[in-house]
Design a protein around this ligand. Structure first.
Ligand code: 13P
Length: 249
């Protein structure tokens, strides 16, 4: 069966020392009870945070990776570098990367393949902006992002990918998708995957919800049959909020 996952995306927050302290607290509180917990830290935190992880259910991830393997790409961080820190996951295609850094589907497809080749698990993000939802285009937008980003992967490779649905209008706004909106989209994503890769692969694909997820709404969101966990921004910066969400399962 598919995995239950709660991943914290710290974004550009926390000094190295603050990040290590947060990771220590989370590590202390994580129970090895079947929920996979992932800390997606800034690049420079990865190695140090890896050193504080002792729990079997706690994993490390990056928030982005380069679309090239190595060489003269000043400021970039490769998948092999990420892997060498002890990371096992990498977020790809977060809406902030898509909008602020103009990462397009082709580039995200390339990053996904590089991550898989390096032995990292991609957490592939998709989601519509408010105008797209208001125009009733949200299903089509997400379908296109997933098809262009992932659907030339082999079934073996696709089976390793985690998908995160993050409606852009819900990110950092305090306005989460309703439980019904999340379920509707997650179900549509799973059906799309089933059409392409078959029911077995679709049923084993973890689809996370992200966007103003907090301890007070996590239980209701995670209770949906097609919501397999969360990708958490703001609430992952505080151990008690983050663990409140992890314990919502
Ligand atoms: P918030 O939880 O702060 O809305 O952010 C969600 C997100 O973007 C996680 O990647």
């Amino acid at each position: 069966m598919r995995k239950k996952i709660v991943a914290g995306n710290w974004k550009m927050n926390k000094t190295l020392q603050e990040g290590v302290e947060l990771a220590k607290t989370v590590n202390r509180q994580v129970e090895d009870n079947g929920v996979i917990v992932i800390l997606c830290t800034p690049f420079i935190h990865l190695s140090e945070v890896n050193n504080v992880i002792t729990k079997d259910s706690l994993f490390l991830g990056a928030q982005n990776c380069a679309s090239e393997t190595s060489g003269a790409f000043t400021g970039e961080v490769s998948v092999d570098m990420i892997k060498s820190t002890g990371s096992e996951y990498v977020i790809i295609g977060h809406s902030e990367r898509r909008s602020y850094y103009h990462e397009d589907d082709a580039q995200l497809n390339k990053k996904t393949k590089l991550a898989l080749a390096a032995g990292l698990t991609p957490i592939f993000c998709c989601g519509e902006v408010l105008a797209e939802r208001q125009a009733n285009n949200h299903m089509k937008v997400v379908k296109t992002q997933i098809e262009n980003g992932l659907f030339d992967l082999s079934p073996e490779d696709f089976a390793k990918v985690v998908i995160a649905y993050e409606p852009v209008w819900a990110i950092g706004t305090g306005v989460n998708a309703t439980s019904d909106q999340a379920q509707e989209m997650h179900k549509a994503i799973r059906e799309l995957v089933a059409e392409k890769y078959g029911t077995q692969v679709a049923n084993n694909t973890s689809i996370l919800y992200g966007g103003s997820c907090k301890p007070s709404n996590a239980k209701e969101l995670f209770a949906n049959p097609d919501v397999d966990g969360g990708l958490i921004g703001g609430a992952s910066l505080n151990a008690s909020d983050f663990m409140g969400i992890v314990n919502a399962f």
